[in-house]
Design a protein around this ligand. Structure first.
Ligand SMILES: [Zn+2]
Length: 81
C-alpha cells in the first residue's frame, strides 16, 4: 500500500503533466506527510514548474521579462528547500 520514494517522486513528476487519480493523490499525500525528502522534492518540483511555465508562456515585451530580482528570489527559494 505504501509508496516507495521512487514511486512517490514519479507521481510528483506525473502530477506536473497529468492529473492524478484519487488513489494516486491519496497515496502521494500519505507519503509526503511521512517522508521529509519527498516533501522537499515536491516543493522544489512545484517551484521549478511555476518558474518554467512563466518563462515558456512568455509572450510580452522585453520589459515584461522576469526581472533579475524575481529570478534571484526564485533561485533563493529553491536553495532554501
Ligand atoms: Zn519518500
Amino acid at each position: 500500500m505504501l509508496l516507495s520514494c521512487k514511486e512517490a517522486t514519479a507521481l510528483i513528476e506525473k502530477k506536473a503533466v497529468f492529473p492524478l487519480t484519487f488513489k494516486e493523490k491519496c497515496r502521494l499525500y500519505v507519503h509526503v506527510k511521512m517522508c521529509v525528502v519527498c516533501n522537499l522534492y515536491r516543493h522544489q518540483s512545484q517551484t521549478i514548474e511555476k518558474a518554467l511555465s512563466k518563462w515558456i508562456n512568455f509572450e510580452g515585451s522585453p520589459e515584461e521579462r522576469l526581472p533579475a530580482e524575481k529570478k534571484a528570489q526564485i533561485l533563493e527559494k529553491i536553495k532554501e528547500d
